[in-house]
Every structure is written in C-alpha cells, then in structure tokens.
Design a protein around this ligand. Sequence first.
Ligand code: AMP
Length: 380
Amino acid sequence: MPFHPPSTIGMLGGGQLGRMFALEARRAGYRVVIFTDEPKGCPAGQYADNEINAPYDDAEALKRFLSQVDVVTAEFENLPGSLLEAVEAVKPLRPSSKAIVTTQHRERENLFLREKGIACAEFRVVNDLKSLEAAVSELGRPCVIKTAAFGYDGKGQCKVNADTNLAEAWKAFEGHRAVVEQWVPFVCEVSVVGARGVDGKMAVHGCVENLHTHHILDVTISPARVEPAITEQAIELWEAVAEGLNYVGTMAVEMFVTSEGRVLVNEIAPRPHNSGHYTIDACITNQFQQQQRVICGLPPGDPSQHTPAVMVNLLGDIWPAPTTHPDWSPVLNHPRAKLHLYGKKEARARRKMGHFTVLGDTVEEALEHALQIRKALGIG
Ligand code: AMP
C-alpha cells in the first residue's frame, strides 16, 4: 500500500538536500520529521514538522524518531550502517541500507561496479605502501588515490603524478583502506539523476554536464552539450546501477566522458544530487518530488525537462562576512533566474550556501545569462 498524505516521512540528515525535500513533501501534504546530529534549526529542520537532534548512536532518540514516522529516507550517505539497519528493522527504509552502505564507501562501490560489469576507471584496492606501489606500477601514472570511506567533493584524494613520492603520498592514508584509480583523461563530466520505484519503474531526468572548480560542482548545464550516443550510454549506465542495487529512491550517477566517446561511472550518490537542482525549476517533476513519490510507493512522475537550464552553486566564498549576505540583485532582478538559499547560519569558504538556476530558450542563452549573473556576484 502506498503512503498517501498525511503520512509522515522520516529523513536521516539535516542538510540542504533534506531541506529541499521537506519543502516539496510538505507542499504535497506529507509530514516530515528529521533525525540529525546537527543542532536545532539546521537547513532541513527549518522546514520540517519536527526535528530530533541527537547523535546517530542515541538509541532512545532513534526510537522516538521511528515512533513518529511511516517511511524513512536519507539525505546523505555518510551514516553508520548500524543506524541504517536499526531503522530498516522497524520501518521501510528507501533506498535500502544495502544500497546506501554499498555507495557510501569507495571500495564497496567500485567492487559493485566491477561485479556488475558496469564501465568505470580501472582500479585497485590498497591498504599499505607496498600494495600502493604495486597498484601504481600496474595502473601507471597519473592515477589517483581515494580514501575508501567518507570521501566527497574531492576530499581524501591525492593525484599521483610522474614525480609524486609514494611514501609521502601514503602518509595521508596511513591506517586506512584506499582505492587507486587510473587517471581518466576525460573531455567532460556528466551526470544522470533519476528515480526508481518500488516496482522497478525508472524515470531519469536526462544527462547533464557538470563543471567543477577545486573538485566542487560549480555549474550544471542541462541538457548536456554532448552527442545523443553519449546521453544514451549515460542513461544506460544509470539504469544498470539502479537495477544492480535494486534501488528505490532518487539517485545520481556522476560519469566521465572520454575522447573516444566512452562513458565511465565515477561516483554514485544514493540520494538527490547537486547536479539535479536544476530540476526544481526546469522539470515537470523535480528530483525531490520523485524521491517523495517513490519512497512512498507511488510511481515516479514525469521527469521531462520543459526549459533548458543552467545551475550555478553559491559557495560561502562570496559572502563578505560569515553572516553578511552578498547583494543578490543580479539574481533577483533577472526575470528567468531563481535563487535558492539553504538557511545556513554561517558562511565558510567552499561551503555550499545556495544555488541559482537560470532558464533560457536554448542552453547557450541560459549559459550566457548564468555567466553574466555569476560575474556580477563576484564568482571567480
Ligand atoms: P570524486 O570525489 O571522485 O567525484 O572526484 C572529484 C573530481 O576529481 C572529479 O569530478 C574529477 O574531476 C576528478 N577525478 C576523480 N577521479 C578521477 C579519475 N579517475 N580520473 C580523472 N579525474 C578524476
């Protein structure tokens, strides 16, 4: 039986993805309860019906949370596996603990891709200097060392160039497991965001193009300016990942496009994704509405994009002081731009504080407007 409003959806995590989810779910008449280790008034909590703020291993708080909700989802993946299993024992957790635990950890994620025969960069798993040396000699330089657990936005990564001293490089990973990946000389980075329902029905938003600065997503262009064959491959990869994980929920897959026209999976996010934020303003059903629909057992909505769009991230770097906002006039005065702020109390360098999306009759027009607004806001 699907969960209809006014059922209560439980959300693990309190960040901006939970916030945008809560806005959509409440608009449709659902109740939303957040369980987060962040203090009260976190981005998601500001729009939730109730917010439980406690460490993730607080059994009493978890019990209280579970007693208030009908179905549970997560807005980020770096959650203890024991918590996910405890949730799943009592209430439906979508996506499953297995899907989240697989994708939260680079080693498990890459081994899953290899096992399913899904295209990704060549890699080796390493746990000491000796295995690192062997991996680098097999894969060749350049390559990249990535921490197995809790890496994101390029954190916990080290590129191994021709002159990199491996003993030095290994110091940052000492005592941990890591994955060494062959360097992919990509021509562009793309991603696909989509949703898969309880009955296996899938709906993808299409293939978007991502530009990163300092390993953090900077700009998303949708649709991606790539050949149809690339879009097709990207969507097929997304579907293979979703089926391989028996996934239920909204999921993003980030990919590399090589100069030979191959598409390789880089990373899976078991949740809505920054590169899917444009869907709020440019698609019939956005990524958060899809998450709400499928975790409640409803079929995914129509994911079609109605207008070309460009999304630009707003990082704390452009805040004049931690609690002083920039002058938003360049976004607010633009008739086809939409500002989204995440309600974070203090800005810090590289912290994701918000984004804006600008629509255009063509991708080129949207991009031109986005770049003008970006420049007027002082984004480097
Ligand atoms: P990740 O945290 O794995 O998404 O990596 C952050 C960024 O580092 C990616 O968006 C790429 O720009 C770059 N990168 C990561 N892995 C590789 C690779 N194997 N080859 C080339 N670039 C990579």
